[in-house]
Design a protein around this ligand. Structure first.
Ligand code: SF4
Length: 253
């Protein structure tokens, strides 16, 4: 395989696939991390995207992982947002399965990996490189991020040529994301809210007797549990901490 695009099928990924098509790249594989934690409606978008990918002559793939519930039960804790060491969902649901998949499908490490990272997206991507000769995140393979200098308007121009509608928010491959801001929490659908509730009940309490809940009560005015967190998000529009995204372009666009 010559190129592997890591796609979440959000706007940036769609723009990147369109870019690869317009550049005439051949032997392109598009890998989607199926975290099992997507928004309830997201699989429909993924199916349309995969049909489109195939129509361009590219090959779609899905990379599966243990999923959020198994991860929380194994760690006896929810991952936390903020991009630090407690955001272990990035490694468990995306990085490690992707590296294992690459080792299996590209054992000699010859593929060029591609992501749709853009510098404009966030503070922690402001210096994202276009080329990395040997990307540690991708098992030492070459990494190409051709959209790093694209503005959102340029990105939209590319994405609008696809059959996928432009999204007014980031990818919902994980919903809710541990980095969800209050605005996103306010709009969380009942099915996605319920799947959090089910795991919170199953996860019980920690050794100090505190409930194992997805979102830190400290960050949500003391709200404990998904229902209270959503209620709080309706009354408080200010996020207490600046949020972060996964490193290395694994999540988001
Ligand atoms: S999208 Fe959010 S919840 Fe999913 S792996 Fe990345 S940080 Fe974790």
């Amino acid at each position: 395989m010559k190129y592997v695009i890591f796609a979440s099928y959000g706007n940036d990924s769609i723009a990147l696939i369109q870019f690869a098509h317009e550049r005439g790249l051949a032997d392109v594989h598009v890998a989607y991390s199926d975290t099992g934690w997507a928004a309830s409606w997201w699989p429909d978008r993924v199916a349309i995207a995969e049909d489109w990918v195939q129509s361009l002559g590219f090959t779609p793939h899905r990379i599966s992982s243990e999923g959020m519930e198994a991860l929380v039960m194994r760690k006896q804790a929810w991952p936390r947002g903020g991009g630090g060491k407690y955001q272990f969902c990035t490694a468990a649901l995306k990085e490690e399965p992707a590296r294992a998949w690459l080792a299996l499908h590209d054992p000699d490490g010859e593929a060029t990996c591609m992501t749709g990272v853009r510098r404009e997206e966030s503070e922690n991507r402001r210096d994202a490189p276009e080329w990395v000769t040997s990307s540690e995140d991708h098992g030492g393979r070459e990494l190409w991020q051709p959209l790093v200098r694209h503005t959102s308007a340029m990105r939209d121009q590319l994405a609008l040529k696809s059959p996928l509608p432009l999204l007014p928010f980031r990818s919902k491959e994980c919903s809710p994301c541990v980095n969800a801001r209050k605005q996103e929490l306010r709009l969380l659908g009942e099915q996605d809210r319920n799947k959090v509730r089910v795991i919170e009940i199953k996860a019980g309490t920690n050794s100090k007797g505190n409930p194992r809940v997805m979102f830190s009560p400290k960050r949500h005015n003391g709200a404990v549990g998904i229902d209270a967190v959503i209620e709080d998000s309706k009354h408080d529009i200010d996020d207490l901490f600046v949020t972060s995204t996964c490193s290395g372009g694994w999540c988001g666009g």
